[in-house]
Write a protein of this length. Structure first.
Lengths: 311, 534
């Protein structure tokens, strides 16, 4: 896992050109600054506008009383929270219910994934057994096939299971959660990689002391994994927010929808008039996630190396 | 410190006991008890609904749990089992079922067995005849069920019935007399314990689906809804003739079984299906034959494949080009506030993907979108195949370049400074250092990520569905819109509403499995993970 941080650049050697004259004319100096450094700020600024403008536009729209974006200007002339109050009133759909459902789905998926992956990573890293290598190979292969490729089978499976267990049928949040657990072993590689760096002497000593394999796992190794588990859980949490395909097949009842399915439905029923309200919802969804991402920034590269590419 | 084999108790360690603690034992007993309870609850129901596959899977899973968690052996199994069970049930079984469905005619009218199909046709044919008994009706749902989606239960009292017996039943149920607590007034049920009665308004809202409902009374008659507060008991106008395996109408018309398309139907004299209901049948390799031999379908499928490939490739290349350039630009020690730049440039990536896509879908709108608004244009971006493709790739660029920027920045910083220094001492200029030294080194480290990103975009359903829904649809394109990639085309075939053909869609899924497998193989070669299999 290659984590990056700013400390890398500090160590870089700054090459000083020994032939440069000690006193340069300021015009020359400025020209040189522009060709070597200044343009970088300009490129950065252009990209900053490209990256930031749509976001500012949406924030502006969410505060714009017209509700439709035809008003044109990014900064509304009068600020109003009417889009937010309409959204909260529930007349366009139970926004908070969707929010809650999404939190449930993300939490359930992230926790299931981390528990299953950590347990399996322990077996692969510390225990020796027949079929270990083959198992890892198979896992690596099968994880390349996302469950959305089997959407038809997942639909029929949960239609059938819903007859027997009504709580996990179609249009139930729990059923949707369970449908997404097929990839629960998705983080095995990341955690196994970390586990492999923990010295074996640590658990060998504990075993000699009479610890069971579960005590070794839970009391010796688990504490060393806390940081990676925390980060992986958060990444897993964020990774499920945008799940849409299985959601749109599964969740037809308004009260069981997630934000992705619910807001999509809301926006497509009346594109021109609902955009302001959608923008308000978008702000409320994106702000916490953006905050989380700022915190997770340095782990993203490492996380994605192991296959968790966010869409 | 001298290495010692006895830490802690200093050699006085008791003989190694691997007994589970009492708390652990209790947890174990509760867990195994729960597994047993689920199995005991589920098995009779699974048998009742004839869900043999799930019966086998649940028995196997339950057996495995008892086997693995009650012995002291199979220690790896104890750790691998939870994830493996989920993997098998919700990833591998769906894959196997998809392959199986690809050899059937699975679809909206052909989901159940032939017996179910016949029963449905017969009950649906119930019509009012002279002297049909009439009922006063109340519509209910069980407490907690949706008053919009049901399932709905009818509570009926026959008119002119002095005993005021209450009958009840739902779609496809056999009518039965109701024994629970009921309030009645004027020959009408007004309240039932445990049920919520629908108001007239709620009944109006769902009236069309109520009209399709039939509660069975014996084999050849049933209850149909007849107005918001009334129902009648009528006779089936079609019956099944088991000896000749055909349906017979009340007027003597015969509907034999005939093949239409890939499926058997009960057909009329003109050879066309007399009833839309069919049943699940094996069709051999017919779905695959259709896919490869029907020139129209084949060309649409090939079109989807080509666009899927270029969509994924260009998404990766564009985001990488911009992200790499930006990383080169900003990875300079003389730039101030690099952390701040990075935080702000990361923003598009931090916004949840579905939000970004829906925002951009609106931006590209011809009449009130931001793009046309900003530049004073009136371009129908999503209405033209090429412009729509451009819009998709541009949106992908906006969403994806920060990821490549972060990745490339990380890779640049991990390239040792002395390599560049050595090149400079050897007389290399800034630009040629970049292209001959930095870029090859960087490509080595990010190549696996590029392949992974390609694999992800190959099945990036959201990017298509949330922006264009696969559209625009040109004349002659019925199975696929201009911007449909394979997965969104499959989605349209399987759940698109009209002409749902899930067997055929499954065959396309199988092809997509193969293609994804090819990409996976390339990814395998690219990553060094295989060598890490220590």
């Amino acid at each position: 896992m290659s984590q990056t941080s700013d400390s890398g650049s500090v160590l870089e050697v700054v090459v000083v050109d020994p032939t440069s004259p000690k006193h340069k004319s300021s015009a020359q100096h400025r020209r040189r600054w522009w060709t070597e450094v200044g343009w970088r700020y300009i490129v950065g600024a252009v990209m900053l506008v490209f990256a930031g403008f749509p976001i500012l536009y949406v924030i502006g729209t969410s505060l714009n009383p017209v509700g439709s974006v035809t008003a044109g200007s990014i900064i509304p002339k009068t600020l109003t929270l009417s889009n937010y109050t309409t959204l909260f009133s529930g007349q366009k759909g139970p926004f908070w219910r969707w929010y809650l459902n999404t939190l449930i789905v993300c939490a359930f998926t992230a926790v299931t994934q981390i528990v299953a992956s950590t347990l399996a990573a322990y077996a692969f890293s510390r225990l020796r057994f027949k079929g270990r290598r083959g198992g890892m190979l198979f896992l690596l292969l099968i994880m390349m096939f996302p469950n959305i490729l089997s959407m038809i089978a997942i639909y029929t499976i949960f239609t059938q299971l819903g007859q027997v267990f009504p709580g996990i049928g179609l249009s139930t949040v729990l059923g949707y959660c369970i449908a997404l657990t097929g990839g629960a072993l998705g983080q095995v590689w990341l955690i196994k990689g970390t586990l492999d760096t923990v010295p074996k002497e640590l658990d060998e000593a504990a075993i000699i002391d009479g610890a069971t394999h579960f005590q070794v796992f839970s009391q010796i190794l688990l504490p060393t994994l806390v940081p990676i588990i925390a980060v992986t859980t958060l990444l897993g949490f964020v990774g499920v927010i945008s799940e849409f395909l299985i959601g749109t097949i599964f969740l037809t009842d308004n009260n069981s929808k997630t934000l992705a399915v619910g807001l999509y439905g809301m926006l497509t029923t009346d594109k021109s008039n609902n955009f302001g309200i959608f923008a308000a919802g978008a702000v409320l969804v994106a702000v916490p996630v953006i905050a989380l991402f700022q915190f997770l920034q340095k782990y993203i590269v490492g996380g994605s190396t192991s296959g968790a590419v966010k869409g | 410190m001298t290495p010692t084999k006895t830490v802690g108790d200093g050699g006085q360690a008791p003989p190694r006991t691997r007994d589970t603690s009492t708390a652990g034992l209790i947890v174990k007993i509760i867990f195994l008890g729960a597994v047993l309870a689920i199995a005991v609850y589920a098995v009779p129901l699974l048998i009742h609904y004839k869900l043999w596959l799930w019966l086998v899977l649940i028995l196997l899973a339950g057996g495995a749990i008892f086997f693995i968690y009650t012995t002291k052996r199979f220690i790896p199994g104890k750790y691998l089992f939870p994830g493996t069970l989920l993997l098998v049930l919700f990833l591998i079984v769906p894959i196997i079922l998809t392959v199986r469905y690809s050899f059937t005619n699975l679809g909206d009218g052909s989901r159940g067995s032939k017996e179910d199909a016949i029963a449905n046709i017969v009950t649906a044919s119930v019509q009012q005849t002279a002297g049909s008994p009439l009922y006063n009706m109340a519509v209910a749902v069980e407490n907690g069920d949706s008053v919009v989606d049901g399932p709905f239960i009818l509570f009926l009292i026959e008119r002119d019935d002095a005993s005021q017996t209450v009958y009840y039943g739902g779609e496809g149920d056999e009518l039965a007399s109701y024994q629970g607590d009921v309030d009645k007034a004027d020959g009408q049920v007004t309240a039932v314990d445990g049920y919520q009665l629908l108001t007239s308004l709620e009944i109006n809202a769902i009236y069309t689906s109520l009209q399709e409902m039939t509660v069975k009374v014996g084999d050849n008659s049933g209850i149909k809804v007849n107005g918001p507060k009334a129902a009648f008991q009528g006779q089936a106008t079609v019956t099944y003739d088991e000896a000749n395996d055909q349906l017979v109408g009340i007027d003597g018309t015969i509907y034999p079984i005939g093949k239409v398309g890939n499926s058997d139907y009960f057909v009329g004299a003109d050879g066309k299906p007399a009833f839309t209901q069919s049943w699940l049948q094996g069709v051999g390799g017919q779905n695959y034959t259709d896919l490869f031999n029907n020139s129209n379908i084949r060309s649409q499928f090939l079109g989807a494949f080509v666009w899927t490939f270029f969509f994924a490739l260009l998404s990766v290349l564009l985001t990488f080009a911009v992200g790499f350039f930006l990383a080169l630009t900003l990875n300079d020690d003389r730039i101030k506030g690099k952390k701040l730049w990075r935080s702000f440039l990361l923003l598009p990536y931090a916004v949840p993907g579905f939000i970004s896509l829906l925002i951009w879908q609106n931006f590209w709108n011809r009449d009130f979108g931001m793009i046309n608004n900003l530049f004073g244009l009136h371009v129908d971006w999503l209405g033209d195949p090429n412009l729509a493709k451009f819009a998709i790739l541009f949106t992908q660029l906006w969403m994806g370049f920060p990821y490549m920027f972060i990745v490339c920045t990380g890779a640049l910083q991990s390239i040792p400074g002395d390599v560049k220094e050595a090149a400079q001492i050897d007389g290399s200029t800034g630009l040629s250092t970049t292209f001959r030294i930095t870029m090859p080194l960087l490509l080595i480290s990010v190549a696996p990520l590029l392949v992974a990103s390609f694999a992800f975009n190959f099945n990036n359903f959201n990017a298509i569905q949330l922006l264009t829904k696969g559209g625009p649809f040109l004349p002659g394109q019925y199975a696929r819109g201009s911007t449909d990639i394979l997965i969104s085309m499959i989605y349209r075939q399987a759940f698109g509403g009209s002409g749902v053909n899930q067997g055929f869609a499954s065959a396309m899924s199988v092809i997509l499995f193969v293609l994804t497998g090819v990409i996976a193989a390339i990814q395998f070669r690219g990553t060094r993970k295989l060598e890490e299999l220590a």
